[in-house]
Design a protein around this ligand. Structure first.
Ligand SMILES: [Fe+2]
Ligand SMILES: [Fe+2]
Length: 137
């Protein structure tokens, strides 16, 4: 790839990452609202599936970006992504069995807390690195 082409692609990548963060935060808020309103088990499971697939796609986009720019902390960042996905997949199975019937509030809070911490600790340094890469080309 020529250096003339790279900045435009990196820029696009970063913009979509920011947009994905906004979309996921919005989705988790919707999910939280549904839980507060006391949505049915089916509604909760359906929306949780949407949240989960958005998070999964977002992680894949970030990982692609980190690989493309040879980001040094790729492995530890990916490990955090994988841990959350494992945890959410487990919770999804519990939800499907009705095991989360009384613990809905915890679920939205757990996702929100994870995202806040991950954004600050992992995504922010990655985004800063990508911006710096972009400005060097
Ligand atoms: Fe991330
Ligand atoms: Fe992220």
């Amino acid at each position: 790839m020529s250096s003339a082409v790279q900045p435009a692609i990196s820029h696009f990548g970063l913009e979509s990452i920011d947009e994905e963060h906004r979309d996921i935060i919005q989705l988790v808020h919707e999910f939280d609202a549904l839980l507060c309103e006391g949505g049915t088990a089916d509604q909760i499971i359906d929306l949780f599936a949407v949240v989960l697939s958005n998070i999964k796609l977002h992680f894949e986009d970030e990982e692609r970006l980190m690989l493309r720019s040879n980001f040094a902390d790729f492995q530890s960042h990916k490990t955090e992504h994988d841990c959350l996905l494992d945890e959410l997949n487990g919770i999804m199975k519990d939800c499907e069995r009705g095991a989360y019937a009384d613990r809905h509030q915890m679920l939205a809070k757990r996702i929100t807390d994870w995202f806040k911490t991950h954004l600050k600790k992992m995504d922010a340094p990655m985004i800063e690195f990508e911006h710096r890469q972009q400005n060097h080309h």
